[in-house]
Structures are given as C-alpha cells and as structure tokens.
Design a protein around this ligand. Structure first.
Ligand code: DNO
Length: 356
C-alpha cells in the first residue's frame, strides 16, 4: 500500500506540506482544487501548479480528491454533454501531471453531512458527530449556515458556497428523478469517461455515500455491498473502481467492511481508514484504534493486507487534539497518529508473514 495524507491545497489548509512530510512512512499527499466549481476545466497550468507545490516539498501527488461531479450530470440534464467534455479535459490535464487515481462521489447535492463539526469528548478533544434527531429536525439551509458559522471561514469540501447558493432549489430537482433513473445517469457518465480513464491510465474511484442513509429526502447509491456490486456492474472496466471508506460504509451496522474489502479487492484503488463510535442517536468519529470505536480496525487493515492491496490509503477523519484548530476532521495530530497505527499493523502482518 502507499500511505498518503489529505492536503487541501495552497491557501486552503492550515497544515503545511513541510509539516506533513515529517509524518513517518508517507508516500505522498492527496489533494484537490477546492475552490474550483464543479463542471469547469482544471487547466494545464493549474494542474502543473499542484505538481510544483507538492513535489517542491519532496512529496508525490498521484491521487486527486475530488474532481466533483456537476449536478446536471447527476440529474441527467440536457446540458450534461458539454460538462462531461470538461470533465474529460480535466482528466487529460491530470494525467499529464502523473495522477493515477481520481476520487469522486455521486451523492445528490451534498457531500458528507454531520450534525456537529466540533463535538466535545470527555477527554477534552473534539470531533464530528452525526445525530439523527438533529438532522431530522433541521433544514439543509440551516445546516449550511451552522457549518459556515462553525468552520472559521474555511470552505468545507462538499459545502462550498457555490454549491450552497441554490441548495433548496437543487434538492427540489431530485424529487422528479427515480432511483433507477439516477443509476442510469451514473451509467451514462461512466460510459463516457471510462474509455478515457483507460486511455489515460487513471483509475476512477467513487466514494461511498456519507452517511449511508437517505438525508433530507435525498436517496443513496453507494451504501452497501449489493449497491457497490451494482455500481461496478454498470461499467465492467477495471478503471471503474471504488474508494473504500470505512467510516462511510461502517456507519451502517449491516455493512461488514472486511467482507466488502475481500469481495471487491480488485476494484479498490483508494482506502479511507477511519473509526467511529455508535451512540444511541448516531455516531461520532473516534481515534483510529479498534478499542476507541465500534469498528474492528485490525480486521479491516488485515483484509487489505491479505488481499495484497497495493494502492493508496489514507487516514480519514480524526479528532482535534492537543488544542489544534483546523478543518473539521482534518487535523494534523490525530491523523498522523492514525498513520502510525495503520503502518504498525501493516508491519506486524508483514513480519508475521515472514516478509521483510
Ligand atoms: C469527507 C471526504 C469526502 C470525499 C468526497 C469524495 O471527508 O471523505 O468529502 O472527499 O466524498 O468526492
């Protein structure tokens, strides 16, 4: 596996590449152009800028998270042709800087959602929390306003101002789209881009829906073993793959993550490793070790190891600890601890296997 760390890009991340490169066992960063509206081309110069910044710090950038999908593609609108062309143009420019994996999601309107960005834990740290009751009693607009107030002026990925401007109207458009039609829209998109992914040697890795349950009346697609199978069947190319996010799928107790990893091992190109702890009303994101949360992290990492996973992995959301202030879920310290925990398990498995 190749260990990576998410960096939000120049001017977008309070954590510097100089600090990131000091994390042990790191191969590279996963980054994006956060402020780029979905549907626009990432120009050659912008892509070169990414490479210059990351390589300048002595790191590699081979994964992009995310190139967002414009709503017109998800809605199957007449305008989608030109927008997909732009997506392909972006893929070409990213191939030129050596990108091997593009992570994206196909969630309607919103990316991940939580009720609280900074929920206090008894040890004095704080973390993101999902309270079902809170979410069921709020509106998307109220939640967006709460995020804006809590996030200290930073754009949160998936909750960018551009996307939020017309949030309720956009959600309204999904009322007329059946679930089958939504899947067809995904197939249409894949059939256009996957031939290019093959030509450019870029693996497309869709991210699961987070949380895996419907929210604000919006349906879900990538939230279970059966639906992952259906999605991979929409286009059978090995370039149509997934990001395995333990916290997103793991928030549904019916999902057996090690089993999902073993089943789709040959189509997983990126892994997000995070733990969570269930509460009566939902879950909060815990530190990575098994004993800190509800997911069996050892079994998860072992499933990756045993299937010979040789792609990209990163610690996902951690808590804010030691007084750190930063992007919710994306502090330096707890994620760096996550890396040492994951690489510790990996080394143990290798050594027990008689490998050096
Ligand atoms: C949450 C992330 C997601 C992910 C997107 C990919 O923190 O895992 O925002 O980057 O869903 O498109």
């Amino acid at each position: 596996m190749k260990m990576t760390f998410r960096w939000f890009g120049e001017g977008q991340d309070p954590i510097s590449l100089e600090h990131i490169r000091q994390i042990p066992c790191l191969d590279g960063v996963v980054t994006s152009l956060l402020t780029k509206p979905a549907g626009e081309v990432w120009t050659k110069d912008e892509c070169l800028g990414i490479r210059r910044a990351v390589e300048g710090a002595g790191l590699k950038a081979e994964v992009i998270e995310s190139v967002n999908i414009h709503e017109d593609i998800k809605l199957g609108a007449d305008t989608r042709g030109a927008i997909i062309e732009n997506y392909i143009e972006t893929m070409k420019n990213l191939a030129e800087i050596g990108i091997k994996v593009i992570c994206y999601n196909f969630m309607p309107v919103l990316d991940w959602a939580r009720s609280h960005l900074y929920y206090d834990l008894p040890d004095g740290s704080n973390t993101m929390y999902f309270s079902r009751e809170f979410i069921e009693n709020t509106t998307p607009k109220e939640l967006a306003a709460k995020y804006a107030a809590d996030s200290g002026g930073m754009d949160l990925p998936g909750w960018e101002p551009e996307r939020l401007r017309h949030i309720e109207a956009t959600i309204g458009k999904y009322k007329d789209i059946s679930s089958d039609q939504y899947w067809e829209n995904a197939r249409y998109f894949l059939d256009k881009i996957i031939p290019w992914a093959e030509r450019l040697d870029i693996r497309m890795a869709i991210h699961p829906d987070d949380p895996p349950r419907p929210i604000f009346g919006l349906g879900r697609m990538i939230n279970s073993k059966a639906n992952i199978e259906r999605f991979l069947g929409l286009n059978g190319s090995p370039y149509n793959g997934i990001t395995l996010c333990t916290g997103s799928l793991g928030a549904d107790k019916n999902n057996n993550i090690p089993d999902i990893i073993k089943t789709f091992a040959d189509r997983i190109y990126f892994a997000h490793i995070r733990n969570l702890r269930f509460t009566e009303d939902g879950f909060y994101e815990s530190a990575h070790p098994t004993e800190c949360g509800s997911l069996d992290m050892f079994a998860i990492v072992r499933a990756f190891y045993e299937t010979g996973f040789d792609w990209y992995i990163r610690p996902d959301h951690g808590r804010m600890i030691w007084g750190e202030k930063g992007r919710p879920g994306y502090g330096l310290y707890d994620r760096a601890l996550g890396i040492t925990y994951i690489t510790g398990i990996w080394e143990t498995l290798r050594r027990l296997d008689g490998r050096e």
